[in-house]
Design a protein around this ligand. Structure first.
Ligand code: TRP
Length: 356
């Protein structure tokens, strides 16, 4: 990728950037909601793209070093196995680009504390404490959680990203990044591009095994490639999870309502319009739940089986993964070193004289 983007100016073209927090092993909800659309959006456009593993964000809520480590590996392997081209996209680990943390500190001085007080995640944590008796409102809340949006602003403003694909829960953070960029630009000089959140309403939110939204925090997920080191193949793990999806107690041959079924909803995320219509007809005709589950498994497996071999290869070969991430970090740092230098100069931190 060329490095002709002068990061001091407004970005001349579309630059997509998004972060993925490594705190778990990717599941089908991650695949349908983030991985697949992100990779497709890159394949169909000529915009610049920056995708990174937000590991310094992960440590705010996850204090288990083994999970941070394993999950970084599994998520990097998943994105690459699903078709992310590290030559085309700048794919890196946040912690390998130390300039981001420096910028984060600089931005914290262009960020009102009151703005952080209004952040949803922080407010939710305070509200939860307030509901309990005799509990300090800030109990269990670390400064990382409080300042989360500042680090996220640094991730984005460092590269002058124009478009930031995120879930709805992250829109407020992008607005906060704009706020910080505006304050800095106004106070010192115009350095940062104001980013826009991109939220795709067509992306389905998958239901999990128990009927609630599929989420690691509910332990109701269907693994995409399976847990590492399994006794059983990852294909079998997925099959087993799909067979566990809750259904009602209707018997085979009883007509079923597809719109009231998590199975059908997940099927829709993988099938063509014609296949969806056919499956609808099969529900009306009373397909048994066992057969519907098998059809769902076959459909998902058609799509992900081709990625599995590459996933397993990368998981068994962390050296290759590390090399890819280091290449990405080097690409990212070509931008971040310059951008940080500009930010430091703008605020008055620069050498007193040229030596030599
Ligand atoms: N906060 C995002 C999430 O939880 C992850 C993230 C970190 C991110 N930095 C970012 C997303 C920058 C977009 C841009 O999903």
């Amino acid at each position: 990728m060329s490095d002709n983007h002068s990061s001091g100016q407004a970005a001349p073209h579309k630059r997509i950037l998004t972060g993925i927090k490594p705190t778990g092993i990717p599941h089908l909800g991650n695949y349908v909601g983030a991985i697949r659309p992100a990779i497709q959006s890159i394949q169909n456009s000529d915009s610049d793209a920056f995708f990174f593993l937000a590991d310094y964000h992960s440590i705010i809520g996850c204090h288990d070093p083994a999970i941070i480590h394993e999950s970084t590996k599994a998520i990097a392997a998943t994105w690459l196995a699903c078709g992310l081209d590290p030559e085309r996209v700048t794919f890196y680990r946040q912690s390998d680009v130390p300039e981001i943390l420096e910028l984060s500190w600089i931005l914290s001085s262009s960020c009102a504390k009151g703005l952080m007080n209004r952040a949803h995640a922080y407010k939710a944590a305070v509200d939860a404490n307030m509901e309990k008796e005799d509990v300090d409102p800030d109990q269990g809340i670390n400064m990382g959680l409080f300042g989360y949006p500042v680090l996220m602003a640094a991730d984005i403003l460092m590269f002058n990203a124009t478009h930031v694909p995120v879930g709805r829960d992250q829109i407020q953070h992008i607005e906060m990044a704009r706020d910080m960029a505006g304050t800095f630009n106004h106070r010192y000089k115009t350095l940062f591009t104001l980013p826009s959140a991109v939220v795709d309403n067509d992306i389905p939110l998958l239901t999990g095994l128990d009927g609630r939204k599929m989420s690691k925090s509910y332990s109701n997920t269907i693994p995409l490639f399976g847990e590492p080191n399994p006794q059983v193949s990852s294909e079998k793990q997925m099959h087993k999870a799909i067979m566990k999806i809750v259904t009602n107690s209707q018997l085979p041959d009883e007509p079923k309502d597809p719109d009231d079924s998590a199975l059908f909803e997940i099927y829709k995320a993988f099938a063509t319009p014609k296949e969806i219509a056919d499956m609808r007809a099969q529900y009306a005709a009373g397909i048994g739940w066992g057969d519907a589950k098998q059809a769902l498994f076959d459909k998902i497996n058609d799509e992900v089986a081709p990625f599995r071999a590459r996933y397993e290869e990368l998981m068994a070969n962390p050296k290759e993964l590390e090399e890819i991430l280091q290449m990405g970090a080097e690409k990212a740092r070509r931008h971040s070193r310059k951008q940080l230098d500009k930010a430091r100069r703008a605020i008055g931190i620069r050498p007193l004289a040229k030596l030599k």
